[in-house]
Design a protein around this ligand. Structure first.
Ligand code: PMP
Length: 362
């Protein structure tokens, strides 16, 4: 075993079969029947051809992603010129991030992140042999351009991770923070926008900064708003030169034919799949208001989950909820826990259980 991996812990969200699963930021709603039927029909013609390798460059999927993103940008009034050579895709945005860090990180290189943030950023970094450097967010988990500029300038890292909305805090950053990171280093700036579709009102995407910034890369996923976590499809948007480099580190044919077809079909139904986003935002806001009224510290969230603090023992709360069939996330921040926005029923079940637990032991 590599000595630099000794003592590291693997990604470890508990995978428990309980009725109300609110712990890994999935979309609580299943894929609508119309889309299921469409997916079934789309893969049908592809089985006999599985003797052949899939399209290594996933051209059709890239086109579908361009069409979807162009629609997103047009609706938001964001002028972004995209082309298929600016798109990358892989098995979940975890793999997309891993490709980027493999290509631009590696031994002898430094990667900076602002914690608490997504736990896979450091794991992906150390997996490539690069050094992870964590800088702390403000006490309320916000990030400002001045702090980011100073931290980035002091380290001049090879890669900077920014996550917006940030997991596990739900906090968004403004574009000036991204510009501050970009302007103060000569490395790659990764903006992880896994939860972007849950921001209301919609915030300007880092995609709007791509023009003239060849070291900027925006990562997104179909696992959250699109309700396709099981499909495993993440994607990145960046300059054609940056995307081209990723072809050196991906394994040949990394996206199966079935994945490509299902993802393209899902993208054709983007409007339908994204219909539940508003419902999840309502659930999220209901959770925030309820927990705030119950006396917890609640952090403003632009995502499909809520981070709350002032919990005497997050582990006790986690266990008491689990005893009632509800799984939330003890994210390892003292006195804090994270809960996913569920369906209306799941959200009610969670909030009722919290009230019961508080009544037992206020
Ligand atoms: N980025 C962030 C911030 C996440 O929270 C997650 C999933 N929890 C991912 C990336 C990876 O998601 P996926 O691989 O399913 O696209």
């Amino acid at each position: 075993m590599r000595s630099d991996l000794v003592g590291l812990k693997p990604y470890g969200a508990p995978h428990l079969d309980v009725p109300v699963q609110l712990n890994v930021n999935e979309n609580a709603y299943p894929i609508p029947d119309v889309v299921v039927e469409s997916m079934r029909a789309a893969v049908d013609g592809h089985f006999a051809g599985l003797n052949r390798y899939p399209d290594r460059e996933f051209e059709d999927l890239r086109e579908h992603l361009v069409t979807y993103l162009q629609g997103v940008n047009d609706r938001a009034g964001q002028s972004v010129e995209l082309s298929s050579d600016m798109i990358w895709a892989a098995n979940g945005s975890n793999e997309v991030l891993s490709h980027i860090v493999q290509a631009f990180g590696g031994p002898g290189r430094t990667v900076l992140g602002f914690t608490p943030s997504y736990s896979m950023h450091p794991l992906i970094t150390t997996g490539t042999g690069a050094t992870w450097q964590a800088s702390a967010r403000n006490d309320d988990f916000t990030l400002d351009a001045e702090t980011v500029a100073a931290e980035v300038a002091a380290l001049n890292p090879d890669i900077v991770f920014l996550c917006t909305p940030n997991n596990p805090t739900g906090t968004s950053i403004d574009l000036d923070v991204i510009e501050a990171a970009y302007d103060n280093c000569s490395g790659i700036v990764i903006v992880d926008e896994a939860y972007a579709e849950f921001s209301r009102p919609a915030r300007a995407s880092a995609m709007t900064l791509l023009d003239g910034r060849p070291r900027l890369v925006v990562s997104r996923t179909m696992s959250k708003a699109f309700a396709c976590a099981g499909l495993r499809l993440g994607y990145a948007i960046a300059s054609p030169d940056l995307i081209d480099v990723l072809r050196l580190v991906r394994l040949p044919y990394h996206l199966s034919e079935i994945t490509q077809v299902l993802a393209s079909t899902a993208l054709e139904h983007a409007d339908l799949l994204l219909e539940n986003v508003d419902r999840l935002i309502d659930s999220r806001d209901r959770i925030s208001q309820h927990l705030d009224a119950a006396g917890f510290t609640v952090y403003p969230s632009d995502s499909n989950f809520v981070l709350f603090g002032s919990i005497a023992s997050p582990h006790d709360l986690w266990q008491k909820l689990l005893d009632r069939g509800i799984l939330i996330r003890d994210i390892g921040i003292d006195h804090h826990a994270r809960v996913n926005a569920g369906t209306d029923e799941e959200t009610t079940a969670f909030l009722t259980a919290v009230d019961e637990i508080l009544a037992e032991d206020p």
